[in-house]
Design a protein around this ligand. Structure first.
Ligand SMILES: NC(=O)c1ccc[n+]([C@@H]2O[C@H](COP(=O)([O-])OP(=O)(O)OC[C@H]3O[C@@H](n4cnc5c(N)ncnc54)[C@H](OP(=O)(O)O)[C@@H]3O)[C@@H](O)[C@H]2O)c1
Length: 261
C-alpha cells in the first residue's frame, strides 16, 4: 500500500507483543526491514522470525541498552528511517492520587515518559544528521481525558478511580514531548507524531477484562467496538508513510470516536 516503506528500516519498541508486534508485522508486510525491541527474548525471536527482521533485548529505560541496540540495527539493517516508540510499562494500582506511592509514580513515569525520551534521544540525532525520518510515539486516550470522569472509561471498567494518575500524566507528557520534537526537528526533515489509542483488545487487555466489561467499554465508543491492534498499526503506517509528509506534531486519537478534540 505504501511503496516507499519497501526496504525502509523500521524500529518498533515494545514489539515483542500486543500493539507493537502487530505494527511490526504491518511494516514487514510493506517490505520494511523491521527491528523489534523489548525485554522478553523468546517473544522477540518469534516476532523477528515472522517478520524476517531483528529481535533485540533492550530495556528502553536504559539509554546504554538503547544505544547498543541502535548500533546493532545500523550494522545489520542500515540507518533507521522510522521509529515507533511504543513500549510502555511500569506498575501502579488504580486508586486515589494521594494513595499512590512514590515508587509507583516513578515506575510508571519511567516506563512510559522517560522510556520514550530515552528512545528519542538514541535515535533522533542520526535522523537529523541524515535529514530524514519519521517518529511515531505512543500516548493513550488516558493522556487526553481523565479516566475517572463519567464516560472516561474507568466506570465502564467497574473502577471508579480510572487509570493510575501516573499513567495519565506520563501519557500526556508523551504528547508534549512529541510536539516539542516535531517543532525542533521539522527543519531537519524529521517528522514526529503521536498515537493516543482508547482500549485496544490486546491479549493483555482481553485477559483482564471479562466479556461483560468489554461490552460496556465497547458501547462507550461511537463506533461500538473495542480497538484492535491492527487499527493502531494502520495509523502508524500512515503517519510513517510519505502520504503523511505534511503532518507533524499531531496526536491522533485511535479511539473509535470516543475522544474528539
Ligand atoms: N492496549 C491498550 O488498550 C492501550 C491503549 C492505549 C495505549 N496503549 C499503549 O500502547 C503500548 C503497547 O500496549 P500493549 O497493550 O500492546 O501492551 P503489552 O501487550 O503489555 O506490551 C507492552 C510492550 O512494551 C514492552 N515494554 C514495556 N516496558 C519495556 C521496557 N522497559 N523496555 C523494553 N520494552 C518494554 C513490552 O516488552 P516485553 O514484554 O518484551 O518486556 C511489550 O512489548 C503501551 O505504551 C501502552 O501504554 C495501550
Amino acid at each position: 500500500m505504501y511503496t516507499e516503506l519497501d526496504g525502509a528500516v523500521v524500529v518498533v519498541t515494545g514489539g515483542s507483543r500486543g500493539i507493537g508486534a502487530r505494527t511490526a508485522r504491518a511494516f514487514a508486510d510493506e517490505g520494511a526491514k523491521v527491528a523489534v525491541l523489548g525485554r522478553d527474548g523468546a517473544a522477540l525471536e518469534k516476532v523477528a522470525a515472522e517478520t524476517g527482521g531483528l529481535g533485540l533485548v533492550a530495556d528502553v529505560t536504559d539509554l546504554a541498552a538503547i544505544e547498543e541496540a541502535r548500533g546493532l540495527i545500523e550494522d545489520e539493517l542500515g540507518p533507521v528511517g522510522v521509529l515507533c516508540a511504543f513500549a510502555g510499562g511500569g506498575i501502579a494500582r488504580p486508586g486515589p492520587t494521594a494513595a499512590m506511592s512514590e515508587q509507583e509514580w516513578r515506575s510508571v513515569v519511567d516506563g512510559n515518559l522517560t522510556a520514550t525520551f530515552l528512545t528519542l534521544k538514541g535515535f533522533l540525532p542520526g535522523m537529523q544528521e541524515r535529514r530524514a525520518g519519521s517518529i511515531v510515539t505512543m500516548s493513550s486516550s488516558a493522556g487526553r481525558l481523565p479516566t475517572n470522569l463519567p464516560g472516561g472509561g474507568g466506570r465502564e471498567m467497574g473502577n471508579r478511580w480510572g487509570a493510575p494518575v501516573a499513567y495519565e500524566a506520563a501519557k500526556a507528557g508523551v504528547q508534549a514531548l512529541t510536539r516539542h520534537v516535531a517543532a525542533e526537528a521539522g527543519p531537519d526533515g524529521v517528522r514526529a507524531n503521536c498515537l493516543a489509542p482508547a482500549t485496544i483488545r490486546t491479549e493483555r487487555t482481553a485477559r483482564h477484562m471479562p466479556p461483560e466489561v468489554q461490552d460496556a467499554v465497547a458501547a462507550s465508543h461511537p463506533l461500538g467496538r473495542l480497538g484492535e491492534p491492527a487499527d493502531v498499526a494502520g495509523a502508524a503506517l500512515f503517519l510513517a508513510s510519505a502520504q503523511a509528509s505534511w503532518l507533524t506534531g499531531l496526536t491522533v486519537d485511535v479511539a473509535g470516536g470516543r475522544v474528539m478534540l
